[in-house]
Design a protein. Structure first.
Length: 180
């Protein structure tokens, strides 16, 4: 009887030795070979270096907009309906810019993207804009009005106007109005 079993057992052992069993999947995949990542793409707007000192700090005031349409902003009285910047928010803006004291009318806490262009009242859209100097708050008001008129007349896309005033309002002023 042992002789009869030994042949089938030998065949079974030989068969099992020739069968390739699947390799178990490791619980943790092997590390991928190191790769060189591409350099990050710089999406920072190009700002004329001569304008830098007259513009808000983009880290503190990148600009922010409300979800509005041209029809919304081109209605008379729109800006006054959405204007809501409290003294507490203005004080927060001054502190973020390191201004602990100032004289009356030295600065205006201004919207980088003006309300009339769909800008928001968020701290991300506010900065202490000086009244002194060639490129001051009153000069910026002129480009805000010009861009608003162009948008409402259908001559300029709202997003383009928002981007241009947020990136470098002085360059936008020179482009659409000229030198002051």
């Amino acid at each position: 009887m042992l002789k009869r079993l030994s042949v089938p057992i030998a065949v079974l052992v030989f068969t099992l030795a020739c069968v390739t069993l699947p390799t178990p999947i490791p619980a943790v995949p092997p590390a991928l070979p190191p790769t060189v990542s591409p350099a990050p793409v710089d999406i920072t707007p190009t700002i004329d270096p001569a304008h830098r000192s007259h513009l808000p700090n983009p880290a503190l005031t990148p600009g922010d907009v409300l979800p509005v349409t041209v029809s919304d902003i081109c209605v008379a009285g729109y800006s006054s309906k959405v204007r809501a910047v409290t003294e507490a928010v203005k004080n927060q803006v001054y502190l973020e810019y390191g201004i602990t004291s100032h004289k009356p009318y030295e600065y205006e806490v201004d919207h980088l993207i003006s309300l009339e262009l769909g800008g928001s009242n968020s701290v991300k859209n506010l900065w202490p804009e000086p009244y002194a100097g060639d490129w001051n708050a009153r000069v910026k008001d002129k480009i805000e009005n010009k861009l608003h008129a162009l948008v409402c007349d259908g001559q300029l896309d709202l997003q383009t106007a928002q981007q241009e005033i947020a990136n470098d309002w002085i360059t936008a002023y020179i482009k659409y109005i000229g030198q002051p």
